[in-house]
Design a protein around this ligand. Structure first.
Ligand SMILES: [Zn+2]
Length: 64
């Protein structure tokens, strides 16, 4: 069974700089950046993982 972890941080910028939410496609007043990492033997990798910008709530909802 794959194990995932997430790094979530605010960019302190709105959609004007980063574009609309990549999950719901709507405007975001404070864009969050979520980096997904998958566990493998020996550590964590971002290979084949989603790296998305959008609403904090949207990003939390798409976690595995
Ligand atoms: Zn959204």
């Amino acid at each position: 069974m794959d194990s995932y972890r997430y790094i979530l941080k605010s960019t302190n910028e709105s959609s004007k700089k980063y574009g609309v939410c990549e999950v719901c496609g709507k405007h975001v007043s404070e864009v969050y950046h979520q980096i997904e990492e998958r566990k493998y033997t020996g550590g964590w990798t971002q290979h084949n993982c989603k790296n998305l910008f959008g609403h904090e709530e949207c990003l939390k909802n798409i976690r595995k």
